[in-house]
Design a protein. Structure first.
Length: 282
């Protein structure tokens, strides 16, 4: 049993790198996921993760499986989708979620079309679902840098973001900080999803952002505690997913997301069975 749980990480450098990368992403994703849920923007995260595919596809055609190029392409495409959706909402009065839905659908179709030009030269599984076990030194550094920028940016805008989440109308009346907080927050979402791309792929990186936070919200309604629980659940899901992947040969990315999904399912069952007074006590 000990060999199964610890042996792969003690023996193989690629397993230790995969674990480090996944845990770093989980820690950065915890506050991002908590705010996505509180601001009712979970599907925005989904849209941005899918919207990154054209940038990833173009980067692949230009530079192959270069971690730096793929990450840069993911960030560029994610920012483009966020900016276009926001501009469309402000210029037309259309709901912002409708813009995100429209542009991510277009971006997803465009990305798949671009990848089709690579023919048999591209492993779609690697691009769409990631390859945590192939994280190298430069990729680990890039993931750490993206996570650091995200966490530091959130620390700077935290008071404005909390107030904008709780009462955006009040913040809009007394300050213009809400607009900047939203912009910086969306940038943090993009960076976190781009960091998660290497571990769980373009289509599933949002799972490592939203599922731990959704699990935490079933245990508490306090923001700080939600972030801490989400970070723990995310890190544990990375570890469990990698162990299962190593033992079974299944892709690491889906195993990590399924582990987070299992934690959510258990918490959901517990919350559904608990009395209403206990359910909202956190």
């Amino acid at each position: 049993m000990i060999d199964t749980l610890i042996g792969p990480f003690a023996e193989f450098l690629f397993m230790r790198r995969a674990l480090a990368a996944g845990v770093i992403v989980a820690l950065a994703a915890a506050p991002i996921g908590a705010f996505l849920l509180m601001r009712r923007m979970s599907l925005t995260g989904e849209a941005l993760s899918h919207g990154m595919l054209p940038g990833v596809a173009i980067a692949f055609l230009a530079a192959g499986f270069s971690s730096a190029a793929l990450s840069a392409g993911a960030v560029a495409a994610g920012v483009a989708v966020a900016v276009l959706a926001t501009l469309a909402a402000r210029r037309t009065g259309q709901r912002e979620d409708a813009g995100f839905a429209a542009f991510f659908t277009i971006a997803l179709a465009l990305g798949v079309t671009i990848l089709s030009f690579a023919g048999a030269n591209v492993d779609l599984t690697h691009v769409l679902f990631g390859s945590a076990l192939s994280v190298d030194g430069p990729a680990l550094i890039a993931i750490g840098a993206a996570a650091t920028v995200t966490v530091l940016s959130l620390a700077v805008i935290w008071p404005a973001l909390v107030l904008d989440t709780a009462d955006p109308g009040f913040l809009a009346r007394v300050s213009g900080a809400g607009t900047w907080a939203q912009a910086v927050f969306l940038g943090g979402v993009v960076l976190t999803l781009a960091a998660g791309f290497q571990a769980v792929g373009a289509l599933m990186s949002v799972g490592l952002v939203v599922l731990p936070a959704a699990t935490a919200r079933l245990w508490t309604q306090r923001l700080g505690l939600t972030v801490m629980i989400a970070a723990g659940v995310g890190a544990l899901a990375v570890y469990v997913g990698l162990v299962v992947s190593y033992a079974t040969g299944a892709p690491a990315g889906p195993c990590i997301v399924l582990a987070a999904g299992a934690a959510y399912a258990v918490s959901l069952a517990r919350a559904a069975a608990a009395p209403r007074s206990v359910r909202h006590a956190g």
